[in-house]
Write a protein that binds this ligand. Sequence first.
Ligand SMILES: Nc1nc2c(ncn2[C@@H]2O[C@H](COP(=O)(O)OP(=O)(O)OP(=O)(O)O)[C@@H](O)[C@H]2O)c(=O)[nH]1
Ligand SMILES: [Mg+2]
Length: 373
Amino acid sequence: MAQSQEPTLIAIMGPTGSGKTTFINLISKSNLEVGNGLESCTDEVGFATECEIFGKKVQLIDTPGFDDTEKTQADILQEIAGYLKASYEDGRLLTGIVYMHRISDRRMGGIARESFRLFRKTCGDRTMKNVVIATNMWGDVTQQQGEDRERELATKGLFFKDALDHGARMLRHLNTIESAHAIIGELMGNTPEVLKMQHELVDEHKGVADTEAGRTLQSELERQEQRHKKEIEALQNEIKRLLQELQTNSQTHQQEMNDLRYAHDRLNEKVARIEAAKETLQRPPPPPPRRSSWLDKLEQERRQKEAELQEEIKGLKDHLDEDSVAREQQMRELEAELEKLKDDLKSLKQQKDKLEAKLKKELLQHYVVYAKM
Ligand SMILES: Nc1nc2c(ncn2[C@@H]2O[C@H](COP(=O)(O)OP(=O)(O)OP(=O)(O)O)[C@@H](O)[C@H]2O)c(=O)[nH]1
Ligand SMILES: [Mg+2]
């Protein structure tokens, strides 16, 4: 039966995505938002519906992971500090804390270790006996892998050994209500304790930055800042070196460019000469070369001589023409005379033929007379 007393307060902490909210919903039948992507889901302290475990009222408190994808570690520390301070001032102390860790993580890298360190400083050594480190996601590894990792986590100072040495326990959460109850059951009989940070904030009136967790975070931030500054310096040197290289290269490139430009100009000249030669080929042949002046003079003299000769020839021709006219006239007169002679000859011939015919006739008459005699 549930008691009317104040519920036992148990906070669930751990890296983002480690299954804190899922664990809380499983036990308390709450409906707190569970992440389904790569981004962090719970970004502030949340309270689950009160539930009853082993006859006692329990309230589970959900928290954001120190490695939240949106908020900084300082934001998360402030958020958790705010809750711890208020709850201590209200006289409500945590009976236990579950720190979730995925056994499926191949490594517990820098951020995971840093988160656990902040968790340790928040709790302090004295309250480690009220802490259960719950490994989950056993379904994602083989039994052997899970056991090997569990051993490594428990025995290496870098991981959970120190916390275990101070009284923390390590349990497996098999994602069943039974294993979840078993984990909470481990914490139920504990005496509620004031966490280190609560003591610092409330009893010692320190600011968050002055708490051990705050200082740890601050020195970590300074370390990160130094590292980033070194990285920036290295980057600046690299940029400087690249710029110098670029400058040297650009000088080399300038020379190469000049050479190319020179070669380009020479080629252009050659092309222009070829174009000109082609154009020349297209042109009509050039006029004959000019002769020298003495040739011109000779030519002139020759022309003059030719003109004189032409004149002389013309004169002769004219003269010849006059002679021929006279001769033609003479010829025509001779021809007319010849024609007249021909006519005379003809008429003479006719007269002769007549006379001969007359003579013949008279002879014949004489012959007949003679014969009769
Ligand atoms: N396989 C497996 N998956 C789990 C288990 N617990 C949680 N998950 C899954 O892990 C993812 C993250 O779970 P959440 O419960 O949101 O984790 P969270 O620690 O609350 O994350 P934040 O709120 O971001 O800090 C979800 O997809 C869960 O379904 C588990 O025990 N086994
Ligand atoms: Mg969550």
